[in-house]
Design a protein around this ligand. Structure first.
Ligand SMILES: Cc1cc2nc3c(=O)[nH]c(=O)nc-3n(C[C@H](O)[C@H](O)[C@H](O)COP(=O)(O)OP(=O)(O)OC[C@H]3O[C@@H](n4cnc5c(N)ncnc54)[C@H](O)[C@@H]3O)c2cc1C
Length: 365
């Protein structure tokens, strides 16, 4: 399998439980090498997937490190006037992404870091993966769990499209202590809270409990509002990112500005938000995909990781009779049909939410 993210590790746990050998190759040097966000909201479908794949002690660890927030989303204007508190349609838990990834890594043997896949070759009996370090590996089935820029998808489904959503996020963490706690209303200890300003600029906050309590605090905005190329944005220091974030909330309520000012500088990073474009079913084979590698979406519905977890558990079930059997008896094809149905539905839902609240570009037709 290629990629030790949320979905790939869920699959690896499910295969371990089913007694099917599996090796995971991950490009990053370690789980901490790259920042992707600090909080994930895991809903009932994601929790169910984890229950299916994890041994009891790891599921208990997932529960113990999760926070059950108010099951609501609060919406404020930029002067912090509360506009609405609505029930979140898919209530669940807020987790620290890194903590979840470590829980999912626990007890797995064959996970290799520093292994970047460059291409693969498949034949009637299996698939050979080629890595940037010159090594190869061979297996019966290759799973691309390699995220939005998936090299597996690019080779396997070259017609699949990934588009810029038009949205950017500047991300930071605010530790919760005596000084910062008063910045956040009780209503903000919810699934997610949006402080919406003009031109779709938004400050988003959400609580996380592990390893210590903190608030994620992001500034979301349209690409044009930044005035920098994505390369220039990626090169900014934490200090410059915070300055840029503060520029976006100039004139907003002082408490909102104080939230952004309270970012721990080395936790700040920028994100370019991309989305997949739903595509028609393809003929199945010994190569398959899961999660963002096939149905990447903007975070506007809080659905991507849940979909990846669901895929991981479903593909583990499909492969549980053995990989050759799953190819021959149509289990991979059935997995792909169900996976694309729910995955692309979530892509569409995210695009609609993203358009409404954040000015996301419409999905191309
Ligand atoms: C700011 C933000 C907030 C979000 N909040 C939520 C939320 O609240 N709830 C939710 O459900 N979803 C959320 N999402 C979406 C969620 O993060 C993703 O959908 C999820 O991480 C997808 O999991 P994955 O395993 O498919 O991909 P990833 O977690 O991206 O993992 C892919 C892995 O593949 C590796 N890889 C890539 N290329 C190669 C290669 N060539 N060789 C080897 N390895 C490779 C990568 O290094 C990575 O480790 C959010 C996303 C963002 C950006």
């Amino acid at each position: 399998m290629i990629g030790a993210g949320i979905g790939g590790l869920c699959l690896a746990q499910g295969l371990k439980r089913a007694g099917i050998p599996c090796t995971v190759y991950e490009r990053d040097e370690s789980p901490e090498s790259r920042l992707q966000g600090y909080r994930l909201h895991i809903d009932a479908l994601g929790i169910h997937a984890l229950l299916e794949v994890l041994p009891d002690e790891l599921f208990a660890r997932f529960e113990a490190t999760s926070l059950r927030p108010r099951p609501t989303v609060a919406r404020y204007d930029e002067q912090l006037t509360l506009q609405a508190v609505v029930d979140f349609p898919k209530p669940g838990v807020n987790v620290n992404r890194m903590t979840l990834r470590h829980t999912l890594l626990s007890g797995l043997d064959g996970v290799y870091f520093g292994k970047r896949l460059t291409r693969y070759e498949s034949d009637a009996h299996g698939v050979t993966a080629y890595f940037a370090d010159g090594t190869t590996a061979r297996g019966r089935v290759l799973v691309g769990a390699d995220g939005v820029n998936s090299p597996v998808r690019r080779q396997y489904l070259p017609h699949a499209r990934i588009e810029d959503s038009g949205l950017r996020q500047l991300y930071g963490k605010v530790p919760l202590n005596d000084e910062t706690r008063p910045l956040f209303d009780d209503e903000m200890h919810a699934v997610f809270s949006m402080i919406l300003g003009p031109d779709h600029t938004m400050v988003g906050v959400a609580p996380v409990a592990h390893p210590e309590p903190f608030m994620t605090c992001s500034v979301g905005l349209r690409r044009e509002a930044i005035g920098l190329s994505d390369e220039e944005l990626a090169a900014l220091s934490g200090e410059r990112l915070r300055e840029l974030a503060l520029q976006q909330v100039d004139g907003w309520h002082p408490r909102v500005r104080a939230m952004v000012s309270s970012w721990v500088l080395d936790t700040a990073f920028p994100l370019v938000i991309r989305t997949s474009v739903p595509l028609a079913q393809w003929d199945s084979s010994r190569v398959t995909l899961l999660g963002d590698a096939i149905h990447a979406m903007s975070p506007a519905a809080g659905a991507g990781a849940n979909a990846a977890l669901r895929d991981g558990a479903a593909l583990a079930a499909a492969l549980s009779e053995g990989p050759d059997e799953a190819v021959a008896n149509g289990a991979i094809a059935a997995y792909e049909q169900a996976m694309t149905a729910h995955g692309f539905a979530a892509v569409r839902e995210s695009a609609v939410n993203g358009r409404h609240f954040h000015g996301q570009d419409p999905l191309p037709v």
